[in-house]
Design a protein around this ligand. Sequence first.
Ligand code: SF4
Ligand code: SF4
Ligand code: SF4
Length: 359
Amino acid sequence: MTAAQTPTMRDKPDVSDAKVHILWINAGLSCDGDSVALTSATQPSIEDIVLGVLPGLPEVAVHWPLIDYENGPVGVRDDFIHWFHEAYNDELDAPFVLVVEGSIPNEKIKSEGYWAAFGNDPDTGDPIPTSDWVERLAPKALAVLAAGTCATYGGIHAMEGNPTGAMGVADLLGWDFRTPAGIPIVNVPGCPTHPDNLSETILYLLYQATGQAPMIPLDEKLRPTWLFGATVHEGCARAGYYEQGEFAEDYNSQKCLVKIGCWGPVVKCNVPKRGWINGLGGCPNVGGICIACTMPGFPDKFMPFMDEPPGATVSSRAIKAYGGMIRRLRTMTAKTVDKEPSWRAKGTKLTTGYTAPWR
Ligand code: SF4
Ligand code: SF4
Ligand code: SF4
């Protein structure tokens, strides 16, 4: 690269006048746990994003039911829901990112009523099903972000035997859906989602929306690769015990939890490595088995929780034999390195084995 091609501050997009709305729908089948989790994000915090503390952020207007001051009907206009109507009618003053929290029930499989709705149709007064909102707004959004395992893959409400036909956003819109900006659905799973995983992804999308970041890298399940590329096991503080074949028999132990139900070796999640809040905690680090809450097969494929996962018996037996031998060898090495070297003694002679070149 020549000096003339070297990027400078002047090459950066001017975002001083940029603005992005965030429209948040939590009106599917949701417990709002992902919204609550987001309030504890620290890297970045939601306050950092909304107040524009971070360099290069556009003005962000968040329409988020959890914290919004606007609520209820005001005159002829519903003070909160009008943002969503304006987005649908192309009347917003800036582009928007659509965030969906909670799974989407299938409104086509019932004979009357609705499973879940959000606001009313201004003409008829009828409730507008949540699935209609997602189908209306997604094709107009800059990006669509599914927050939590319910919104990404269906989650708890989509368990076998449920009557609602609940599903994730990608099941509703299609896994190959793209926004007009060419961005696939972005899935940040977790039940709830890790606070910083969610806030960091929102931040990334805001930077991408303003031309300051390349296309968000996603895996085949539409998860950000830098967040979901490693397993729980690979970041777990107890992994050393696993490797040495030391397994907990109950919850009063600091050893590996695989024999009492931990699915960490096959689960894509960075929580043990990242910690839960401000770098602290993270399920198995602090004694909780990993129940695989980030995974598309959650919860059906991981139940009953607290039973030893299939495969853990075989792998733990093999590790136990290997780990026992490793532990014995390490004990010998550990004793050796737990002593000072023999030459550290007082006296009239240098005993380090050093020979001066002039001697
Ligand atoms: Fe609640 Fe979990 Fe569903 Fe989020 S993913 S809405 S925390 S049940
Ligand atoms: Fe792996 Fe779970 Fe054991 Fe941690 S507790 S080392 S994640 S099996
Ligand atoms: Fe969910 Fe397991 Fe990650 Fe904990 S470690 S958040 S249970 S996937």
